[in-house]
Design a protein around this ligand. Structure first.
Ligand code: SAM
Ligand code: SF4
Length: 323
């Protein structure tokens, strides 16, 4: 069993399979063009899988594949099948922008995928384009319909931004509810890569917006989920992911692995250790050693809850860590 220095049980790993992305979301990507890590630095699926086996053997039972945009990486279904075949009952999910889902959803389902989180920031094509800096809405909506039709369970992720898509909070809530999908509103996490002009919304502001139309009941945190849950009068549940709240990190159960093999104890901080050398050599003992060292160094909490000044903001890039 994996326990960190603060007694938290770690059973969840988020694996970013690429930092590349077909969107340029203003809250995630740098404004200026930049060069990607060379493809030869990426770990192969076999190398990532070698590390995952170490983690699974130690009790990890929840694996989320993310990116960048994970569906850009060829043969992702084969990677899912590898993991799925290793141990039954693992909770394997993907977080995607949904743009490439159409035509791939069934393959992913057949490989053993059960759940998807899809990022959707607006149902208005112009607003979606403003945020992703590309005309994306139609493809994403078609991808969602296809994924639902093959039986994949979907959660929607929205990052509300003041003056940009705050007007879309209710329509996205209603869109998700109608299709039986849970929506989670994510507080914008300030970082040095994002567009400096954007301003996020705190959970309380998001709930105030929803209360303009609905009666909302507080439920609370469920297990180690990062979402604080709420309920509408008809029983529909939705969540707020609120890293600015002081108790957000108390039940943190996760670590992150990047496509280059950096094992990251906390989304906020720069600290990471590499498993690349170990998995390239096939050295399970060394990979396991790095895993234990990372757990020992996992910080107690992020610094978003302190609202640090701009010059001390997180320099972690979401497109590299996978969010
Ligand atoms: N490309 C995929 C996607 O967009 O779903 C997966 C990677 S993305 C980095 C994972 C999640 O992080 C998305 O739901 C995205 O909205 C969220 N995200 C990215 N930057 C963020 C930020 N600065 N604050 C809050 N959430 C962010
Ligand atoms: Fe790409 Fe996802 Fe980042 Fe948007 S949030 S730029 S879709 S990695």
């Amino acid at each position: 069993m994996l326990i960190d220095g603060f007694g938290r049980r770690i059973n969840y790993i988020r694996v970013s399979v690429t930092e590349r992305c077909n969107f340029r979301c203003q809250y995630c990507m740098p404004e200026k063009p930049f060069s990607w890590v060379p493809k030869e630095n990426l770990l192969s699926f076999e190398e990532l899988f070698l590390f995952l086996k170490v983690a699974i053997d130690e009790g990890v039972d929840k694996i989320r594949i993310t990116g960048g945009e994970p569906l850009l990486r060829a043969d992702l279904d084969k990677f899912i099948k590898m993991i799925n075949d290793y141990k039954s009952g693992l909770d394997i999910a993907i977080t995607t922008n949904g743009y490439l889902l159409k035509g791939t959803a069934k393959r992913l389902k057949d490989a053993g995928l059960k759940r998807l989180n899809i990022s959707l920031d607006s149902l208005d094509a112009k607003t979606a384009k403003l945020i992703a800096q590309k005309d994306v809405l139609a493809n994403v909506l078609e991808g969602i319909e296809e994924a639902l039709s093959v039986g994949l369970k979907i959660k929607i992720n929205m990052v509300p931004l003041k003056g940009i898509n705050d007007k879309d909070i209710i329509s996205l809530l209603e869109y998700s509810k109608k299709r039986g999908m849970q929506i989670r509103f994510i507080e914008y996490m300030e970082n040095i890569h994002a567009n400096k002009k954007i301003k996020g919304m705190y959970g309380k502001e998001i709930i105030d917006e929803i209360r303009k139309k609905y009666i909302v009941k507080k439920i609370g945190r469920e297990g180690s989920s990062p979402a604080f849950m709420y309920e509408l009068e008809d029983g529909y549940k939705f969540g707020i992911i609120d890293p600015h709240k002081h108790d957000f990190c108390e039940s943190c159960n996760r670590i992150r692995l990047t496509a280059e093999g950096h094992l990251i104890p906390c989304l906020y901080f720069d600290e990471a250790l590499s498993i690349a050398e170990a998995v390239k050599k096939g050295d399970i003992e060394a990979a396991s050693e790095v895993l234990r060292e990372v757990l020992k160094n996992k910080p107690e909490k992020n610094r978003w809850d302190e609202n640090p000044p701009e010059q001390e903001l997180s320099s972690r890039a979401f497109y590299q860590t996978g969010g």
